[in-house]
Design a protein around this ligand. Structure first.
Ligand SMILES: [Zn+2]
Length: 266
């Protein structure tokens, strides 16, 4: 199970991203902070090495503490995790949400250790909070968000942590209708500031979407989610190994911001 990989995981946080496209992986350069933390630069001074060693030791201790707190939690199968999300979304769509795991008692309970059953990578759009649309509560879902639900090293590292140490068994890459990031990428033109990097990262999905019939924005939303899910499923070492062993599933999905419906994509 996951214990086989545990001793390796803290070093694996700086592993390469699988990229957005499985056919043509995009290499994401390590952030300068990551370089400093893991000591990749050759011009390092001894004092910097000490700082880095301390930072690494702190990170290891933090991860180990979190892992031990979650080791006693029962693990659900990927299929059971998917059922929980599907049933929760059905309740939400029907206006019959039960708002589970949101009591003060549950808040205190999970303060001692988190064990989310699923990981959701989704857009930062204010209209699709995963806990609400899947009718889940505190500690149920490990959520990673950015505009356009893009995959990069920070996102992958966060997901690896949730797989390796929190033992989540399902990853959902969730795009959504009328996504502003995807719409801007389809529209083209110059994007200001750092928005440009988001648009550039969506370019493969947009190019593929424009070659298909139908609405290019909706096509790109679907394609982008599928590409990220496919890249995640192959991302070595942690996620890819867990998928190969059958302990973890990765799925793409699309949320309709008007109906509330989540459709899992084939
Ligand atoms: Zn969006």
């Amino acid at each position: 199970m996951f214990s086989v990989n545990r001793s390796r995981s803290t070093l694996a946080l700086n592993s390469n991203c699988g990229g957005l496209c499985p056919a043509a992986p995009v290499t994401v350069l390590p952030h300068p902070t990551s370089q400093a933390l893991f000591g990749h630069k050759s011009t390092t001074t001894m004092s910097h090495i000490h700082v880095r060693l301390f930072a690494c030791a702190t990170l290891v201790a933090t991860l180990c503490l979190s892992a031990s707190a979650s080791d006693t939690a029962p693990r659900v199968t990927p299929e059971a995790a998917l059922s929980r999300l599907t049933e929760g979304n059905k309740r939400f769509v029907e206006g019959a949400a039960t708002h589970p795991d949101q009591t003060a008692e549950h808040r205190v309970e999970v303060a001692g250790g988190q064990h989310p059953f699923a990981i959701v990578l989704t857009c930062a759009d204010s209209r699709l909070s995963p806990e609400i649309i899947f009718d889940q509560g505190i500690g149920d879902i490990f959520v990673v968000r950015n505009a356009g639900n893009l995959l990069d090293d920070h996102v992958l590292g966060s997901i690896e942590y949730a797989v390796e140490h929190l033992h989540a068994t399902l990853i959902v890459v969730l795009g959504h209708t009328k996504c502003g990031a995807v719409s801007a990428a389809v529209a083209g033109g110059e994007a200001p500031g750092h928005i440009k990097s988001i648009i550039e990262s969506l370019s493969d999905a947009v190019a593929m979407a424009k070659r298909k019939p139908g609405d290019p924005v909706d096509n790109a939303v679907r394609i982008s989610a599928k590409l990220s899910a496919a890249a995640l499923a192959k991302a070595e070492p942690i996620v890819g190994e867990a998928v190969k062993s059958g302990e973890l599933q990765v799925m793409a999905a699309r949320y309709d911001i008007a109906t509330g419906q989540v459709d899992f994509l084939k």
